[in-house]
Design a protein. Structure first.
Ligand code: SF4
Ligand code: SF4
Length: 470
């Protein structure tokens, strides 16, 4: 399969423009793993729009991004239109939230999210009319828009990193003067098993991805644009290739299929061979990384005047009757989502929001789809089976494969000793929570789960200490 795919590139040699636009060397990062991809269930299923009608309860948590949560800007009983802002904040690191339907604000209360947290949420009853807010107006182009206006459009559209991180995009695109950015990478790797939404949007909307990248290049002038795709997505590569070839300053980088190739630090290394310093951000390596769906959201906000109201979600697993890629309105409950898609064909023993490596298991499907939801897995008991933990055999596999260059067994020992200071000294905060160590461990030690828990505690302590110094 791989050899045939490479042959396609040899065909591209006859076209100098296409050759210019495709980086053909094997780009990758150090270490990593090769989990079973499990994408065959949905990778060929086109994106379908799922709609529900009048009377549905839509839930909009006011924290769907990294940074300061929003506060509701509507009150109980008020009528809202599709695309109307319902939450915002004056803070810079924040992204507003919009209603994805028209209807009535039924309540403002704390509601559970996939993370298990109770978050202040605006509850809207859908009137089924999808009446649009008058602020939604298309534009013919962006040539006459300044960098500042484009950043405002992106901010007001509530765009955040849709790959899972949820960092507000206008903040990412505003690096300080002492951190010059020369490379913008569009992340089309989608290395998590089972998930196929990025693959589908690359196949179905390649022109919008490249146009969205051009908008970002206008905001960061002088940077080069790179669309990075793993080599297990030949159809997406074929779709993107002509648009990258005809766009000056944009190239297509085919990167090796390996997990976690889509993680920011690993992708930056694969494309530029630069390392993001410990505790640093991609801009410390002169880079900005944005997911393909984020770039399409930028295109939609600029050209169609539409804020972020929909998300493409992979619905898969052995318990789902119709696995596929579905475009759903933000605020839709996961339970409604699976019903709209045709329901279950077997009992779901485990429900995971996100991929199997980095996602979170949920115990209540009443949680809403938010900006960072990329997939929901409904796994049968056979698929969800976790082998029992055994004693560590000191094989070193977790160390050999950790993409962050850490010693997971050492961090795990720090966790067992409840020694947070030692955990930090062993660079536990540099863990990217990829789960590779747990996956590869022959003794099936729950390394990543334990490390993730303590890392989050230590990060919270660090944030508290920083607040105290302000
Ligand atoms: S220690 Fe962290 S970064 Fe390293 S493999 Fe485990 S989860 Fe991934
Ligand atoms: S991979 Fe598992 S068994 Fe091997 S050293 Fe790490 S924790 Fe121990």
């Amino acid at each position: 399969m791989r050899a045939r795919f490479c042959h396609n590139y040899r065909i591209g040699r006859s076209n100098p423009a296409a050759r210019k636009a495709v980086t053909r060397v094997a780009l990758t990062f150090k270490r990593g793993i090769h989990p079973k991809e499990q994408k065959q269930y949905t990778e060929d299923v086109p994106i379908n729009l799922l709609s529900h009608g009048e009377g549905s309860e839509m839930v909009y948590p006011m924290a769907q991004h990294l940074g300061v949560p929003c506060e509701p800007v509507v009150s109980v009983g008020s009528r809202v239109l599709q695309g109307q802002k319902i939450g915002d904040s004056l803070a810079f690191v924040c992204a507003p939230i919009h209603s994805s339907v028209s209807g009535t604000v039924k309540d403002i209360r704390r509601h559970m999210t996939a993370s298990g947290n109770m978050v202040k949420s605006v509850i809207i009853e859908d009137d089924g009319k999808l009446e649009q807010h008058p602020d939604i107006r298309p534009r013919s182009g962006f040539d006459d828009l300044s960098r500042e206006v484009l950043l405002t459009v992106i901010r007001e559209a509530g765009i955040v990193g849709l790959g899972g991180a949820g960092f507000p995009t206008h903040v990412k695109l505003s690096p300080p003067p002492d951190k010059p950015v020369d490379t913008i990478i569009v992340n089309g790797c989608e290395c998590e098993p089972y998930l196929t939404t990025d693959n589908r949007v690359m196949i179905e909307e390649p022109d919008r991805i490249v146009l969205g990248l051009r908008i970002m290049l206008k905001i960061i002038p002088g940077a080069r644009g790179v669309v990075a795709v793993e080599d297990n997505k030949p159809e997406a590569i074929r779709a993107l290739r002509p648009f990258c070839a005809e766009t000056p300053g944009v190239e297509l980088a085919v990167v090796k299929t390996k997990y976690p190739q889509g993680a920011e630090r690993q992708l930056i290394y694969a494309v530029t061979k630069r390392e993001v310093p410990s505790g640093g951000l991609p801009m410390d390596a002169g880079c900005i990384v944005n997911n393909v769906d984020t770039v399409i959201a930028i295109h939609r906000a600029v050209f169609r005047g539409r804020p972020l109201m929909r998300k493409v979600v992979t619905l898969t697993g052995g318990a789902v009757k119709n696995p596929g890629n579905y475009k759903v309105r933000l605020g839709t409950k996961v339970g409604d989502l699976v019903e709209m898609a045709g329901g279950f064909c077997a009992e779901a023993a485990k429900v995971v929001v996100g991929g199997p490596m980095m996602g979170v298991a949920i115990f209540d499907i009443d949680v809403p789809v938010v900006k960072t939801t990329s997939g929901v897995l409904f796994l049968t008991s056979e698929e969800a089976r976790i082998p029992p933990e055994r004693a560590c055999i000191r094989c070193g596999q977790c160390v050999t494969h950790c993409p962050a260059g850490l010693v997971p067994i050492e961090l795990y020992t720090d966790v067992l000793r409840e020694d947070g200071a030692r955990f930090v000294r062993h660079h536990g905060l540099d863990c990217i929570e990829c789960g590779s160590c747990s996956y590869i461990c022959p003794a099936k030690r729950r390394l990543a789960q334990a490390i993730r828990t303590v890392r989050r505690v230590e990060l919270a302590k660090k944030a508290e200490a920083a607040k105290g110094r302000e």
